[in-house]
Ligand binder design. Structure first.
Ligand code: NAD
Ligand code: DAU
Length: 334
């Protein structure tokens, strides 16, 4: 299967922009069509350094079927990263999550059905399984989302698989674990805590700080998606996990150590409603196709802290814009 022209939806976001760079660096003949709405989380700065001769950027909404179909025309594959992605925002209001994460995915698989696109990869999340006290989720486990964001992602997944079974659309799904690295919007815990520490602001730690996430470096998430795209089978789901389970409090200590800031910056705050206690994934199915995560946890966090330290130009303008209003609504009364 030769994939030469690839539509990447959500390619101006955190992981999507990493995937655009990954494709262009790994495959000299690939041309990327990057379709992104540029919501508060989308940022053209994330792809401003890629070769414009091999990268076509279209500002558009996956909830707009005609725009999606037009962008997909002539593409061999589509990889969907476009989503509303922040759990706390989904708790404040879920309507946009349904528009993008469910309706948007429907538009993508419907356009792929009409255009007979060779591969459709839907990027999803470990959150669709819900929380697990012990052991690890496998792809055969049932989904049980517990917050509006993960419910919207599960809705998109189910629609995608329904299009595979009903119409033969070649849909593959990946479920990635918590991803970190450069260019992540500073509402997520890792960049929020790093940038707050750099500004000597408190780090608002939810609940008892003992919730567990399995951390995956952004380039490893991208190589996992690419592996599933090229070697995976239509109709199948593949977990992508970093294998780095950490309690939030441990992550917080590590960030303070690396930024050289005091423990007194930790501010315990009211827990997130419906806060999933632990995520853990078994990624053997993708590993059987040859994928391996390459980044060591300690090095990955150190590199991430270094990137935010060296690239204040990237996040300072974000934190002074829409973010301020969001931060106030989210944290003021906690
Ligand atoms: P992000 O919030 O950084 O970026 C999302 C991108 O989608 C932005 O560029 C935004 O402008 C774009 N977008 C949003 N709505 C759109 C719409 N209606 N039409 C077109 N574009 C739209 O997200 P991210 O963290 O890079 O996540 C990318 C994907 O990976 C998402 O599908 C998410 O569910 C999934 N995922 C994320 C993680 C994680 O830890 N960040 C882990 C597993 C899976
Ligand atoms: O697991 C994959 C998911 O990871 C992705 O699908 C989501 O798009 C992504 O946002 C992420 O979801 P989480 O809810 O796990 O990520 P977040 O960074 O919001 O929170 C990580 C942990 O840190 C979680 O246990 C809540 C906690 N937290 C978060 C914030 C923002 C805090 O303690 N304080 C905070 O201020």
């Amino acid at each position: 299967m030769t994939l030469q022209r690839i539509l990447v939806t959500g390619g101006a976001g955190f992981i999507g922009s990493g995937f655009v760079r990954y494709l262009l660096e790994t495959y000299p003949d690939v041309h990327v069509v990057n379709f992104d709405k540029l919501t508060y989380a989308g940022n053209f700065d994330n792809v401003k350094d890629v070769d414009p001769a091999r990268h076509t950027f279209i500002q558009g909404d996956v909830a707009d079927f005609d725009a999606v179909r037009q962008a997909m025309e002539g593409c061999d594959a589509v990889v969907n990263f476009a989503a509303e992605t922040h759990v706390d925002r989904s708790i404040m209001g879920a309507a946009e999550f349904i528009d993008t994460d469910v309706k948007g995915v429907h538009n993508i698989v419907e356009a792929a059905r009409v255009l007979e696109t060779e591969r459709v990869l839907l990027v999803s999340t470990d959150e669709v399984y819900g929380s697990i006290a012990e052991g690890q989720f496998r792809e055969t486990d049932p989904v049980g989302p517990r917050n509006p964001y993960s419910a919207s992602k599960a809705g998109g997944e189910l629609m995608g698989m329904a299009f595979h079974h009903t119409f033969g659309v070649p849909v593959i799904i990946t479920r990635g674990s918590n991803t970190y690295g450069p260019y992540q919007y500073p509402e997520k815990v890792m960049p929020l805590f790093i940038t707050n520490a750099l500004e000597d602001e408190p780090l608002p730690l939810y609940g008892d700080g003992k919730n567990v996430r399995d951390w995956l470096y952004v380039e490893d998430h991208c190589s996992g998606v690419d592996c599933a795209l090229r070697k995976g089978a239509p109709g199948e789901v593949y977990n992508i996990a970093g294998g780095n389970e950490r309690e939030n409090i441990e992550l917080t200590h590590k960030i303070l150590e690396l930024t050289g800031k005091p423990e007194s910056l930790i501010k315990p705050v009211t827990d997130r409603p419906g806060h999933d206690r632990r995520y853990a994934l078994n990624a053997d199915k993708l590993k059987a196709l040859g994928w391996r995560p390459a980044m060591d946890w300690e090095e990955g966090v150190a590199r991430t802290v270094e990137w935010y330290t060296d690239n204040r130009w990237w996040w300072e303008k974000i934190k002074s814009g829409e973010f301020k209003e969001y931060y106030k609504r989210q944290y003021e009364s906690r």
